[in-house]
Structures are given as structure tokens and as C-alpha cells.
Design a protein around this ligand. Structure first.
Ligand code: GDP
Ligand code: MG
Length: 298
């Protein structure tokens, strides 16, 4: 039996459900997903291994107008991913319809000579006749396949996998069968903490926060985790800590609960908040956080 494998990029504006789709496909959380745009910052690799094929998905940060340095890097990494893969999945939301920002992305994808699928996500938001009407309104020329699905409800996701399988080149298995992400567990742990910050705080906070794991060690079946939340301003630090420390307590308690479930062990979580002015524009910090390759010349 011949083996097929390849790389697939998930491309689309923020909030169309790229991370949710990846998590559904892998039936495990490898990327954090929240109702807020720009939750995903890095290209995250999720690996699906089946009997006759291996699909490596690259979940990209949503493509949007780049404003400051971190956002620029996020957009750049999305288009870079599109260049490196075998198949491009462009996601749109059936709920929102095709918007101008979707069309801009579609235009730039036309330059890539490789199979492109249009994934129409969130079909659970439409009834049958609305969906038919929506599908008929799509200009299908540039896409090799159009697949409507609901990532959240796991509806028609298997159809997508089947279709990808048919387009994959014959190749060796890249990763071991039991590997579902090429990110270390420590990355997911800091991401889970960042997800709780994004869930509970207001608009101005999410995009200016980073989380580092300072320490993680296991003693007598208890995992001790020490993390630092970095913000840009004192005012943001104050919001994250909250009145009498209530907000930070809430963030830490929800994060701890999820981490306990994930690790299957009791977790002791300590979180500190500190201010580093303008961290998003600081190269060295971006590098330390893994947003830049130290050996790559920008
Ligand atoms: P991303 O920015 O493209 O990675 O989007 P996310 O995966 O973070 O999802 C953004 C929001 O859309 C989250 O609140 C998801 O729960 C929601 N979402 C994702 N897929 C679906 C879907 O199929 N149906 C519905 N109703 N909501 C979805
Ligand atoms: Mg995402």
C-alpha cells in the first residue's frame, strides 16, 4: 500500500474557526480558540496520522492588516505557511458571508500554484435553504474543492479529511504516529493561561499580553507551575490583577482546572504579572518568545 503525506495550511481572517477546526480534527486541544480575534499568534502544527496517510496542519494567525511589529510577523507567517504546504485551506464563515477581507486573502492566494480548498465553516448558523443560497453565491473558479462544514459541531469534517487525503502526494510519514503537535507541552500550558486572560479581560488587554513559563516541575504527583504574564503598561497589569487580585485569581483558577485535566495530575499554579514597556516591538523579546528565529535575517 502506498503512503501519502503532506502539509496543509489553514488560512483565513481572524475568527473564522481555524483553531477550532484543527482541534476538532485532532480531537484534542492543540491551539487555543476564543471568540476574540487574533488568539493564535504562531503557526501551530497539528498532526493527523491515519492508516494510509499523515496530514500535517499548519494553523496560522488570522490574516489581517498588519499594524505593529507583532501583527506584521503574524501575517507574514500565514503567507509563509501558504508557500510551504501541499494544500491550502481557505476558511470563511457562513455566518458572516464573504467579506472584503476574505476577498483580499483570496486574491493573494491566487499566486500559489497548488490545490486550494474553500472551507465554508459555521454552517450550523444557517438553515438548509440559507446554506444552499450561500453556496450558490460563491465564485468557485479559483478553488479545487468547496467544503461546507461546522468545526464546532463536527459536522462534515470527515468529508474534508477524505478530500485532503485524495490530494496528498505520495510520501513518507514525517512524524511518529503518536505525535499530534510539534509544540512542546510547555507551550500549550502558557497558551492555556493566555487563553483565560483573553476570555476574562476586556478588549485592550489580549493583544498586549505574553505568558512565559518560568518553571514547571513535578513532585509527588503534583505539578508545580510558575508563570509570568507580561503586559505593556501599568494600567494593563492592574486590569489583569483586578480589584483585590480577583481577576488574577479567576484566570489562575480556570487555567489550573484545565491544566489538571490535561495533565491528569494535581496542579499548583503560581502566576505573576509584570510590565515590560513596548514588548511587542522589541526584537529580543519576540525572539525569546519564539516569534522570531534567531538565525533568520529579517
Ligand atoms: P480562528 O481565529 O480562525 O482560529 O477562530 P477560532 O477557532 O478561535 O474560533 C473563533 C470563534 O468561532 C470561537 O468562539 C469558536 O467557538 C467559534 N466557531 C468556530 N467554529 C465554529 C462553528 O463551526 N460554528 C459556530 N457556531 N461557531 C464556531
Ligand atoms: Mg486561531
Amino acid at each position: 500500500m502506498s503512503y501519502h503525506s503532506g502539509f496543509v495550511a489553514l488560512i483565513g481572517k481572524p475568527n473564522v474557526g481555524k483553531s477550532t477546526l484543527l482541534n476538532t480534527i485532532l480531537s484534542k486541544k492543540v491551539a487555543i480558540a476564543t471568540p476574540k480575534p487574533q488568539t493564535t499568534r504562531d503557526n501551530i502544527r497539528g498532526i493527523l496520522t491515519l492508516d494510509d496517510c499523515q496530514i500535517v496542519f499548519i494553523d496560522t494567525p488570522g490574516i489581517h492588516k498588519a499594524s505593529i511589529r507583532l501583527n506584521e510577523l503574524m501575517v507574514k507567517s500565514a503567507y509563509e505557511a501558504a508557500g510551504d504546504v501541499d494544500i491550502i485551506l481557505m476558511l470563511i464563515s457562513a455566518e458572516k458571508g464573504i467579506e472584503k477581507s476574505d476577498r483580499i486573502i483570496m486574491e493573494s492566494l491566487k499566486n500559489y500554484r497548488k490545490p486550494k480548498f474553500l472551507v465554508v465553516n459555521k454552517i450550523d448558523k444557517l438553515n438548509k435553504s440559507e446554506l444552499i443560497e450561500f453556496m450558490q453565491g460563491i465564485d468557485t473558479d479559483m478553488f479545487d474543492e468547496i467544503i461546507p462544514l461546522s468545526a464546532l459541531k463536527n459536522n462534515n469534517v470527515s468529508e474534508l479529511i477524505e478530500t485532503i487525503r485524495r490530494y496528498l502526494p505520495e510520501d513518507l510519514q514525517y512524524y511518529p504516529s503518536d505525535m499530534i503537535s510539534d509544540y512542546p507541552e510547555s507551550f500549550m500550558i502558557s497558551e492555556i493561561i493566555r487563553e483565560k486572560i483573553m476570555m476574562f479581560t476586556n478588549q485592550e488587554i489580549p493583544h498586549s499580553v505574553a505568558v512565559y513559563l518560568e518553571q514547571m516541575e513535578e513532585r509527588k504527583n503534583v505539578v508545580y507551575i510558575n508563570a509570568t504574564i507580561v503586559t505593556e503598561k501599568d494600567s494593563q497589569k492592574a486590569i489583569i490583577i483586578g480589584k483585590n487580585g480577583q481577576m488574577l485569581k479567576r484566570i489562575a483558577s480556570f487555567a489550573r482546572e484545565e491544566l489538571q485535566e490535561r495533565l491528569g495530575k494535581k496542579v499548583f499554579l503560581e502566576v505573576f504579572v509584570k510590565v515590560e514597556e513596548d514588548w511587542r516591538n522589541k526584537r529580543s523579546q519576540l525572539m525569546q518568545l519564539g516569534y522570531l528565529d534567531s538565525d533568520r535575517n529579517e
